[in-house]
Design a protein around this ligand. Structure first.
Ligand code: PRP
Ligand code: URA
Length: 212
């Protein structure tokens, strides 16, 4: 994994391979959903690398021993609707104890500004490590709005996990929220006039849910 200034880029061959399949226009919605789930599961492994552990007493079939388990740190997965939903099941496979909150945002087609339409978070979000999920970080507007909502509701430790980030999106998200670690599988340099990432993968929500 490449790391630079709180930005973590997954360069593992399996992840790179699956991102290429995800980008491909020939990939069906079914395969797109499965790849998003698999990528999320692979990314969960690194995103949680510094979760605290505690020592516990257990008994193996051979003898009693001390061993390590995740500490009782609360953990919340927060997908941004719609496309972030595609990342939840993969993360939950490795983090079954995580609670799930939802933030509904869409980009206005003309202004490209995020519009909030839903927000339901776990009650004690202020005591939780938060993993914010959305496959795309383009202009950064949705990510900044989501982090703003979370911080307004008391969240302190937030990690942003996406599949493709634009260079611009990373820059603006970190300008507003330098404390938020950004994890992504690929960084693309260009945004087009419709604020889509180039080459990107198109509209993640439409490809996940077959709406186009
Ligand atoms: C997409 C994507 C992000 C946002 C990224 O959602 O899932 O939430 O765009 O773009 P930004 O960085 O420029 O804000 P979209 O608004 O298309 O909504 P949808 O998931 O409902 O399709
Ligand atoms: N949202 C998407 O789904 N794709 C992009 O390229 C940009 C924003």
């Amino acid at each position: 994994m490449e790391q630079d200034n709180n930005v973590f880029i997954f360069n593992h061959p399996l992840i790179q391979h699956k991102v290429t399949l995800l980008r491909d226009i020939e990939t069906t919605s079914k395969d797109f959903r499965e790849l998003t789930e698999e990528l999320s599961m692979l990314m969960a492994y690194e995103v949680t690398r510094n979760l605290p552990l505690k020592e516990v007493d257990i008994e193996t079939p051979i003898c009693p021993t001390k061993a390590k388990k995740l500490a009782d740190q609360k953990l919340s997965l927060v997908p941004i609707l719609r496309a972030g939903l595609g990342m939840v099941s993969g993360m939950q496979k490795l983090l079954p104890h995580a609670r799930v909150g939802h933030i509904g945002l869409y980009r206005d087609h003309d202004s490209h500004e995020p519009v909030e339409y839903y927000c339901k978070l776990p009650a004690d979000i202020s005591e939780s490590e938060v993993i914010l999920l959305d496959p795309m970080l383009a202009t950064g507007g949705s990510a900044i709005a989501a982090v703003d909502f979370l911080k307004m509701r008391g969240a302190k430790n937030i990690r942003w996990v996406c599949i493709i980030a634009s260079t611009y999106g990373i820059e603006v998200l970190h300008k507003e929220h330098p404390d938020v670690a950004i994890f992504c599988a690929a960084v693309d340099k260009v945004l087009n006039e419709d604020a889509y990432i180039v080459p990107g993968l198109g509209d993640a929500g439409d490809r996940l849910f077959g709406t186009k």
